[in-house]
Design a binder for this molecule. Sequence first.
Ligand code: GDP
Length: 363
Amino acid sequence: MEHPENDTQYAGLTVNSGVEQPPIVNPYLAKRPRRKPLPPASELVEGILKGDVTSLSRAVTLVESLAPEHYALAQEVIEKCLPYSGNSRRIGITGVPGAGKSTSIDVFGLHVLKKGGKLAVLAIDPSSERTKGSILGDKTRMEKLSVHPNAFIRPSPSAGSLGGVARKTRETIVLCEAAGYNDIFVETVGVGQSETAVHSMVDFFLLIQIAGAGDELQGIKRGIMEMADGIVINKADGENVGAAQLAQAQFRSALHLFPPTASGWAPEVLTYSGYYEIGIAEVWDMIDRYFEYVIRTGYFEAKRKEQARWWMYETIDEQLRKNFYDNEVVCKILTRCENDVLANRRSSFAAAAEVLDYYFGEK
Ligand code: GDP
């Protein structure tokens, strides 16, 4: 008997035979087509030039992809978009976490969009490498912009070295410009690593500061201040106005000690409140004045050329490095040589020479 409980001695207890267990995986899922195949470059480019956001997003995803099979297609799309790029104002925005970058970008963004045109907000976030998630450029942080039809917000590419992440952002700028975005914000955390990369891809570099207790200039990397074309002190509202004005005076006098900038433009220091929307137009007037000035003096063009050159060498450096460290034998020799050096058995130079001799001998 299949079920002993069905024996007459257990009167009143009936056990029905079971039903077949449905499959755990939905069978319809297997039949569903996998991801759409990638369209040819020409189709993506056509969409981008028409300003189609889906094509733009797909192309950006392609550029950010680490899959080797996406690389050639991504490069083809970028090459085809290049002739249509360059016609935007690229503005870098930096500040420590909590300085009010997202609040400010939201209102700055709406301010520039009031005049028409389209705005792209991109981000470079070196910390995303560790957290595996980007904290910058997150749509939820920019409530008003994220629902604006003429704004395109893209979080930081999340994988790879800072150089790699920055290069992808630079390539994304090209795509956005080809799609007709004439204002590009590149956001970064003001902690000192990614600023150089951002500086090398923007026309204007805005440093957001907040007035704090004590010496305002403490903890601010001199290098970041030297890169800034404008310093703005946020949260100049309520009881904070006095402190913000004091910070403004301190920054102004500190800037006097710096050598003149390459552009000849004297960086300005302003106060504003992103949250209460005070002084936004003044900040933007300053940026407009800067663009008028550098376009008139020819510095705008010269800087863009210099940046293009910088990126060429930067890309070469990165590829050479990658090729070297990706070589398995090189890695083995490196480990052995490093141990020798640490154990004082060999000099650093002799060890380096051995690895390099092997590498160049291979080539
Ligand atoms: P982020 O980390 O630099 O992006 O900074 P957020 O934009 O997230 O702002 C950090 C905090 O500062 C939030 O609680 C904001 O509400 C607040 N905040 C931003 N701008 C202002 C401002 O202009 N005035 C005041 N009082 N608070 C602000």
